[in-house]
Write a protein that binds this ligand. Structure first.
Ligand code: MOS
Length: 694
């Protein structure tokens, strides 16, 4: 084994780990330029209507208050791509919590006091925020998110279902869910003449820069966006959010650097959430346990600001072989905050429903649920007919079953009691697509023997900079510590965001190409390097993202064990084990963290995470981390992630599939299926809180 064989895949520690644990890593709120002001936004206190009056006199009289911006005096902006960014541009209120003002002050406390002193009056209209499966406003959209057709159909799903020997016809509900990253959405902006510099808590600086250019009518080269450290995002920072627009606006109006750090309780309304999904599943099977029909129909909502259609029926197009298949989405536009991306959008809620229904079918058939999935393994991708570039779902199921001790399981529900606890176990499959986008990168060999690699990647806590350094070291054939890396600066060049589990593939392909090109230049060069070194650039826009003749997806299997307390109704996950097939694993340490992070988020989805839309008040009830409980250490007893070796030459130079999202896909179904096994009762609405379970 050579030194470079070892670098890719090695469990390398993250490069910024020390900075993070010693508190020296700087986040977007932590750039205190001289004269920096702070700002506090004002959310609308009605659901639907318009602002009829603004009285800022009392606020402006408070010590330290510099300015109050509302639609009456805020600068007019250009049209953004994303209409949720058109803040303070008019009196219209599309949902409760929409920002109607911003107070800028010398301190955060003064800004907050100023916001409380602004008097705003409204005219209201009746609102509708309640999603039902039969909502009269629900329609079939042109497409679901990701450009997927809203409806697909193969064979005769209704006829085949009616003729099936065994049938399951069930409805599942996933509530609205919120991303709630540790670091709330924050931006610090300052202007230097007609140059704008922003430190933003974002999953990608290129998209932020492009929107700011549209909004402020500036050429992109006058704007710099940096996101050196980001405290999580889970999709909610995948697109620019109102705070970056407000910060840039306030900085221009006051002539001061301005930080806008959104208070956590304002996040649920303005930075997106996973839309609720109502699922109807109809599964028909023959006597041999083979699917004869699969119908997955989803109803969801979007806001009145823009259309967002959670593509939750899409994974049913990938998973199982069946002669008859229908998948369909309907959406209703309601007076709700705009839903957006949340970890494994589409796959996460869709696979909760599909994998729960598969468990019901296994029970109806009297077939082991692992075996049922293996029996329905397709020859090619069911919807497209394309061959899979690689698919090791069966290996994940078998390896997971072996590690979990599945064969010792008594299949009868409610067969295991320990004192007040009912014990059960469950299984579910996982899938997530392989995505990749164009990116630019450069690599420079320096006279001191080191290398400088530059790519506008964002490290949102995943270890991206570490893995990219490994990719570069591998391609250059140099020890890892010789590679320096610059990331997270829009000035470096175009890069896609950290999202869609595509960051490493997209940035890494460009880094790899730049390093290979540099190797070529170095081979031609003999003797001492010039002072500035020798450099090479790469731009993957000609190749990355092109349509593949293969269906490319990662797969996985989750196994859960639960204890259900018959006295309190509390469900505890005592064990959660995942096995994944995701191409080549590039860093065993950070990959494991990604898998178990996703699984933990799935555990929260199963048991505690819940955003309830109050139909009268028109807002989410849970607006802090006390009411919206994400799993803490005490909730996670025994969690393991493993992977099977998978070689796939149809992916990218590294042979990797994305790993950021697949951990959450299917994990809630595994927990729910375990609760059914423990109790004999099928709960079809998440989360499985004591009030539902008892
Ligand atoms: Mo993720 S929801 O693709 O940032």
């Amino acid at each position: 084994m050579t030194a470079t064989d070892a670098v890719l895949g090695a469990p390398v520690e993250r490069r910024e780990g020390r900075e993070k644990v010693t508190g020296t890593a700087r986040y977007a709120a932590e750039y205190p330029q001289p004269g920096r002001a702070q700002a506090w936004p004002i959310p609308a206190t009605v659901v639907r209507g318009r602002v009829t009056g603004v009285d800022t006199a009392a606020a402006l009289a408070l010590p330290g208050v510099l300015a109050v911006l509302t639609h009456e005096n805020a600068p007019r902006l250009g049209a953004p791509d994303d209409p949720t960014l058109a803040v303070l541009q008019g009196p219209h209120v599309p949902h409760r919590g929409w920002f109607v003002g911003l107070v800028v002050a010398e301190s955060l406390e003064a800004a907050r006091a100023g916001a409380a002193a602004v008097r705003i009056t409204y005219e209201t209209e009746p609102h509708d925020v309640a999603l039902t499966a039969s909502h009269s406003g629900a329609y079939v959209p042109d497409s679901a998110n990701g450009g997927f057709p809203a409806v697909t159909e193969h064979g005769d799903p209704d006829g085949a279902f009616a003729a099936s020997a065994t049938r399951v016809d069930v409805a599942y509900t996933v509530p609205p869910l919120h991303n709630h990253p540790m670091e709330p959405h924050t931006s610090t902006a300052h202007w230097d003449g007609e140059r704008l510099t922003v430190h933003s808590s974002s999953q990608g600086t290129s998209a932020v820069r492009a929107e700011l250019a549209r909004l402020f009518a500036l050429p992109e080269d006058r704007i710099t966006v940096r996101a050196e450290h980001v405290g999580g995002g889970f999709g909610s920072k995948g697109t620019p959010r109102p705070e970056v627009v407000l910060a840039a606006m306030a900085a221009r109006e006051t002539g001061r650097p301005v930080t806008v750090a959104l208070p956590r309780r304002y996040l649920p309304a303005v930075v997106g959430h996973r839309a609720p999904t109502l699922h109807r599943l109809r599964l028909g099977a023959d006597a041999g346990g083979r699917l004869t029909s699969l119908v997955h129909e989803v109803t969801t909502y979007t806001s009145r600001v823009k259309e967002f259609v959670e593509q939750a029926a899409v994974p049913a197009r990938v998973m199982y072989g069946t002669p008859a298949l229908r998948t369909a989405h309907r959406v209703a536009a309601l007076d709700v905050p705009t839903p957006s991306w949340m970890r494994a959008p589409g796959e996460c809620p869709g696979m909760y429903a599909l994998e729960s229904a598969m468990d019901e079918l296994a029970a109806e058939l009297g077939v082991d649920p692992v075996e049922l999935r293996i029996r329905n393994e397709p020859e090619s991708e069911p919807d497209s007919g394309k061959p899979f570039s690689s698919r090791h779902l069966v290996e994940c199921l078998r390896e997971g079953a072996r590690r979990f001790g599945w064969e010792d399981r008594d299949p009868r529900p409610r067969s295991r009691e320990e004192g007040p606890l009912l014990i059960g176990s469950g299984v579910a499959s996982a899938t997530y697509p392989v995505l990749v986008s164009p990116c630019v990168a450069s690599a420079r060999a320096l006279p001191d023997g080191g290398f400088l690699v530059r790519v506008n990647a964002t490290d949102i806590g995943t270890g991206a900079r570490t893995v990219l350094a490994q990719i570069a070291a591998d391609a250059l054939g140099t020890p890892l510590d010789r590679v320096r890396l610059d990331v997270a600066d829009s000035g470096i060049g175009f890069a896609p965001m950290a999202g869609g589990s595509s960051g490493t593939a997209s940035w890494g392909s460009a880094v790899h190409a730049a390093c290979v090109r540099l190797n070529g230049r170095l081979a031609e060069h003999s003797g001492r390097l010039p002072d500035e070194g020798i450099a090479a650039e790469a731009d993957t826009s000609g190749t990355a993202g092109a349509e593949s003749p293969f269906a490319r997806h990662a797969f996985g299997a989750h196994f859960a064990e639960v204890g259900v307390d018959t006295v309190s109704g509390e469900v505890r996950v005592t064990r959660l084990l995942g096995v994944f097939a995701a191409g080549r694993i590039l860093n065993a340490r950070t990959a494991r963290s990604q898998f178990i992070g996703g699984m933990t988020m799935g555990l929260g989805m199963a048991l505690t995470e819940d955003s309830t839309m109050d139909p009268v008040f028109g807002d989410f009830v849970q607006r802090d981390l006390a009411a919206y409980h994400v799993p803490a250490h005490a909730d996670v007893t025994d969690l393991e992630a493993h992977w099977v070796e998978e070689e796939d030459d149809h992916l990218n130079p590294m042979g990797s599939k994305g790993i950021g999202e697949i951990g959450i896909v299917g994990s809630a179904a595994a927990v729910g299926n375990a609760v059914h096994h423990a109790t004999g009762i099928r709960f079809r609405e998440l989360p499985l809180t004591p009030d539902r379970v008892l």
